[in-house]
Write a protein that binds this ligand. Structure first.
Ligand code: D5M
Ligand code: FE
Ligand code: ZN
Length: 465
């Protein structure tokens, strides 16, 4: 039995106070791992841990409390937590939030100067120092150097990455609106900053992924595209049969559940189900055919019925009424914990942006772009490109905390690799090549799922073709 003093002490070690009700709850549960799970899920600036920080802890309207499935918790991105698209004022607060939060990761590694103070104080000229800001504009100079306009809350300054310096290769992968730190020196006229070193928020080299203490298996899929004439029903049925005989406890679906209506011109000619309600009904019946012991976590994608701006809300009850009870509907993106193993689910629309911005990127190699997301600690940094972003008070596309697994889809091509201890999974599709993809030269890899062992974080690709 855990006593109150031990519990309080554990929280104090992390510099947080804890509400007596939380102490009582943990003592009652007598689950030593619960403290770590709570600590892992509270936001970094928390002073007092209250009952609302207990994962899966809900308060009913009548005040009685219940715990949902304690092994599958939504860390953020629960249904109903995204806000509407905001006005101009929120656009400023949105980017301020991004600068502040991603800045913390960079600040930890180097002492920073505000850009305005640097420009005004002549004593800093030609001395090495560091600045940090949002990348506003990226240009290549006549001599092939890279010139970047960097903005912090005080001012902006052009930063030059010399093509003959070591930091140049990193500068080639800069994308608009990402937050970076730069070490270098100011020109003698004070108008230009010469870059020597580039810092990204990144995953710390010391990052040690969590592994579940008890056995557990999860399967990751995406892009089912129910209703499309290229949806592979027989392949899906083989997958469903395999799931029934398996020990799998969790199924994660990262968007494009159905093909939708009017997503692209003349789509109706490629639909077998032309009614959006019916598409979700069929998807729901496919989930009902799976074993009810499997917890199914579902987030939307760009073919789904919700708004396109990210974060996308969860599939509303109107369309999910017939989904089985073992379904958990979350937003896109969402961070879920499976027995303490954190999975960041993101459909992956921004891969369409990254592909044109990062040298060497391709749909066949989407995990390279996913590593790029982790380096920037951001799922979709570029504002105003193909990925529509809902600018709220907070930047909901920041990667925090660092997950054990980053799960995307959208490109319809299976990808699996690791970046600094984070497993990157692009889970492919259940749709054969469409006419559009043929035209775009995209060769999908349908009918595959990724199986994860939560104890070892080992992964395996299952092929149902
Ligand atoms: O995306 C299916 C595939 O098609 C994926 O590889 C991205 C690609 N795609 C989607 N939309 C576009 C546009 N507008 N241009 C180029 N490539 C695209 P899905 O979301 O399932 O339609
Ligand atoms: Fe898709
Ligand atoms: Zn998609």
């Amino acid at each position: 039995m855990l006593d109150a003093a031990t519990i309080v002490q554990r929280f104090l070690e992390t510099k947080m106070q804890v509400h007596p009700e939380v102490v009582r709850y943990i003592a009652e549960k007598d689950d030593p791992g619960l403290i770590d799970r709570i600590i892992a899920s509270v936001p970094g600036d928390t002073v007092v841990v209250s009952v609302r920080h207990i994962p899966g802890f809900h308060q009913d309207r009548d005040g009685s409390r219940f715990l949902t499935d304690p092994e599958c918790e939504v860390i953020w991105g629960a249904a109903g937590t995204s806000r509407g698209t905001a006005g101009v004022a929120d656009y400023t607060t949105y980017f301020r939030d991004r600068y502040q939060r991603l800045g913390e990761c960079i600040r930890a590694r180097t002492a920073l100067m505000p850009i305005e103070a640097l420009k005004k104080g002549s004593r800093y000229r030609q001395e090495t120092c560091s600045i940090m800001g949002l990348v506003m504009e990226i240009k290549t100079t006549a001599n092939g150097h890279r010139m970047v306009e960097l903005e912090d809350p005080t001012s902006t300054i052009p930063v030059l990455f010399n093509k003959d310096r070591p930091s140049f290769s990193e500068a080639e992968t800069l994308v608009p609106d990402e937050v970076i730190g730069v070490r270098g020196s100011l020109s003698s006229d004070g108008r230009l900053f010469f870059a020597e070193q580039l810092f990204r928020p990144d995953v710390p080299l010391t990052h040690a992924p969590f592994r579940s203490e008890r056995p557990g298996q999860a399967v990751l899929i995406s892009d089912v595209h129910v209703g499309s004439d290229t949806f592979l029903e027989e392949t899906w049925n083989r997958f469903a049969d395999w799931l029934s005989d398996s020990d799998v406890s969790y199924l994660l679906v990262a968007g494009d559940l159905v093909d939708g209506i009017g997503v692209y011109p003349n789509q109706d000619q490629e639909l077998t189900i032309k009614n959006i309600y019916e598409q979700y009904e069929v998807f729901g019946s496919m989930l009902r055919d799976l074993p009810s012991r499997i917890k199914i976590v579902i987030s939307p994608g760009n073919h789904d019925v919700v708004r396109q701006a990210e974060p996308q809300p969860a599939i509303p009850p109107e369309f999910s009424a017939n989904f089985p009870k073992n379904c958990l509907l979350v937003e896109n993106p969402a961070m879920v914990s499976l027995q303490g193993v954190r999975v960041l689910m993101y459909h992956g629309r921004s891969l369409d942006d990254y592909i044109s911005l990062i040298p060497g990127a391709s749909y066949e190699n989407s995990t390279l772009m996913m590593a790029g997301m982790l380096q920037r600690r951001h799922l979709a940094p570029c504002y105003g490109k193909r990925t529509p972003i809902a600018t709220g008070k907070e930047d909901r596309l920041i990667i925090d905390p660092i997950p054990e697994i980053l799960h995307t889809g959208h490109v319809h091509i299976m990808g699996l690799s690791e970046y600094r201890g984070v497993l990157c999974v692009n889970s492919g599709t259940w749709q054969a090549q469409t006419a559009f993809q043929k035209q775009m030269n995209i060769t999908p890899t349908p009918g595959r799922a990724v199986l994860i062992d939560l104890q070892t974080l080992g992964s395996r690709i299952l092929d149902f073709n």
